[in-house]
Design a protein. Structure first.
Length: 139
Protein backbone atom coordinates (compact mmCIF):
# COMPACT_ATOMS: atom_id res chain seq x y z
CA UNK A 1 0.00 0.00 0.00
CA UNK A 2 2.83 2.43 0.83
CA UNK A 3 4.34 1.76 -2.57
CA UNK A 4 1.08 2.82 -4.19
CA UNK A 5 0.96 6.01 -2.11
CA UNK A 6 4.55 6.86 -3.02
CA UNK A 7 3.78 6.13 -6.66
CA UNK A 8 0.72 8.39 -6.56
CA UNK A 9 2.68 11.20 -4.86
CA UNK A 10 5.39 10.82 -7.51
CA UNK A 11 2.84 11.14 -10.29
CA UNK A 12 1.24 14.22 -8.71
CA UNK A 13 4.61 15.91 -8.05
CA UNK A 14 5.76 15.10 -11.60
CA UNK A 15 2.57 16.54 -13.06
CA UNK A 16 2.87 19.74 -11.03
CA UNK A 17 6.52 20.20 -11.99
CA UNK A 18 5.74 19.60 -15.65
CA UNK A 19 2.97 22.21 -15.47
CA UNK A 20 5.28 24.75 -13.86
CA UNK A 21 8.02 24.18 -16.42
CA UNK A 22 5.55 24.55 -19.29
CA UNK A 23 4.09 27.74 -17.80
CA UNK A 24 7.55 29.28 -17.42
CA UNK A 25 8.48 28.32 -20.97
CA UNK A 26 5.25 29.79 -22.36
CA UNK A 27 5.72 32.99 -20.38
CA UNK A 28 9.22 33.37 -21.74
CA UNK A 29 8.08 32.71 -25.31
CA UNK A 30 5.31 35.31 -24.90
CA UNK A 31 7.80 37.90 -23.61
CA UNK A 32 10.15 37.26 -26.52
CA UNK A 33 7.28 37.53 -29.03
CA UNK A 34 6.01 40.75 -27.43
CA UNK A 35 9.48 42.31 -27.39
CA UNK A 36 10.09 41.46 -31.03
CA UNK A 37 6.65 42.78 -31.99
CA UNK A 38 7.17 46.01 -30.08
CA UNK A 39 10.50 46.57 -31.81
CA UNK A 40 9.08 45.92 -35.26
CA UNK A 41 5.94 48.01 -34.70
CA UNK A 42 8.06 50.86 -33.31
CA UNK A 43 10.29 50.73 -36.39
CA UNK A 44 7.21 50.75 -38.61
CA UNK A 45 5.83 53.81 -36.80
CA UNK A 46 9.22 55.50 -37.08
CA UNK A 47 9.20 55.08 -40.86
CA UNK A 48 5.71 56.55 -41.10
CA UNK A 49 6.68 59.41 -38.80
CA UNK A 50 9.82 60.25 -40.79
CA UNK A 51 7.94 60.50 -44.07
CA UNK A 52 5.12 62.58 -42.57
CA UNK A 53 7.65 64.96 -41.01
CA UNK A 54 9.38 65.23 -44.40
CA UNK A 55 6.00 66.10 -45.94
CA UNK A 56 5.49 68.85 -43.38
CA UNK A 57 9.00 70.12 -44.11
CA UNK A 58 8.27 70.27 -47.83
CA UNK A 59 10.75 67.52 -48.64
CA UNK A 60 8.13 65.21 -50.19
CA UNK A 61 5.03 66.24 -52.11
CA UNK A 62 2.60 63.51 -51.10
CA UNK A 63 2.05 60.29 -49.30
CA UNK A 64 2.83 57.86 -52.09
CA UNK A 65 6.05 56.96 -50.28
CA UNK A 66 4.38 55.93 -47.02
CA UNK A 67 5.50 52.38 -46.34
CA UNK A 68 2.91 49.64 -46.08
CA UNK A 69 1.64 48.75 -42.63
CA UNK A 70 2.76 45.14 -42.25
CA UNK A 71 3.88 44.60 -38.65
CA UNK A 72 0.84 45.98 -36.84
CA UNK A 73 -1.66 43.30 -37.96
CA UNK A 74 0.75 40.55 -37.00
CA UNK A 75 1.71 41.80 -33.53
CA UNK A 76 -1.25 43.85 -32.30
CA UNK A 77 -2.76 41.04 -30.20
CA UNK A 78 0.50 40.41 -28.34
CA UNK A 79 0.99 44.15 -27.82
CA UNK A 80 -2.62 44.55 -26.66
CA UNK A 81 -2.04 41.93 -23.97
CA UNK A 82 1.13 43.60 -22.75
CA UNK A 83 0.22 47.32 -22.72
CA UNK A 84 -1.86 49.14 -20.15
CA UNK A 85 -4.97 50.99 -21.33
CA UNK A 86 -3.37 54.41 -21.86
CA UNK A 87 -0.44 53.04 -23.83
CA UNK A 88 -2.78 50.87 -25.91
CA UNK A 89 -4.88 53.92 -26.78
CA UNK A 90 -1.71 55.73 -27.93
CA UNK A 91 -0.58 52.92 -30.21
CA UNK A 92 -3.96 51.83 -31.58
CA UNK A 93 -5.04 55.46 -32.04
CA UNK A 94 -1.92 56.26 -34.05
CA UNK A 95 -2.62 53.35 -36.38
CA UNK A 96 -6.26 54.38 -36.70
CA UNK A 97 -5.23 57.87 -37.78
CA UNK A 98 -2.69 56.42 -40.22
CA UNK A 99 -5.51 54.36 -41.73
CA UNK A 100 -7.64 57.51 -42.00
CA UNK A 101 -4.84 59.31 -43.82
CA UNK A 102 -4.27 56.35 -46.16
CA UNK A 103 -7.98 56.10 -46.95
CA UNK A 104 -8.16 59.76 -47.98
CA UNK A 105 -4.67 60.89 -49.07
CA UNK A 106 -6.02 63.89 -51.00
CA UNK A 107 -8.18 65.21 -48.15
CA UNK A 108 -7.78 68.93 -47.42
CA UNK A 109 -8.92 68.53 -43.82
CA UNK A 110 -9.35 65.81 -41.26
CA UNK A 111 -11.46 65.90 -38.12
CA UNK A 112 -12.10 69.60 -38.71
CA UNK A 113 -8.38 70.50 -38.92
CA UNK A 114 -6.41 71.70 -41.90
CA UNK A 115 -4.28 68.96 -43.40
CA UNK A 116 -0.86 70.27 -42.22
CA UNK A 117 -2.11 70.84 -38.68
CA UNK A 118 -3.67 67.36 -38.53
CA UNK A 119 -0.54 65.71 -39.92
CA UNK A 120 1.58 67.60 -37.40
CA UNK A 121 -0.62 66.20 -34.66
CA UNK A 122 -0.32 62.73 -36.19
CA UNK A 123 3.48 63.00 -36.15
CA UNK A 124 3.29 63.80 -32.42
CA UNK A 125 0.91 60.87 -31.87
CA UNK A 126 3.29 58.52 -33.66
CA UNK A 127 6.07 59.69 -31.36
CA UNK A 128 3.86 59.09 -28.30
CA UNK A 129 2.96 55.63 -29.59
CA UNK A 130 6.63 54.76 -29.99
CA UNK A 131 7.19 55.96 -26.43
CA UNK A 132 4.38 53.70 -25.24
CA UNK A 133 6.15 50.73 -26.83
CA UNK A 134 9.50 51.53 -25.25
CA UNK A 135 9.01 49.51 -22.07
CA UNK A 136 8.03 46.44 -24.09
CA UNK A 137 11.15 46.70 -26.25
CA UNK A 138 13.34 46.30 -23.17
CA UNK A 139 11.64 43.24 -21.67
Amino acid sequence: MTEAVFGLVGVVVGGVLTGIVQAVQQSRADRIETRAGARLVSAELSGQQTILAAYLGGEVAGFETLPAITEWPQYRAAIARALDDDDWVNVAGAYTRLALLRSNPDGASFEGMARPQWIGRLVDELDAARGSLQALRRR
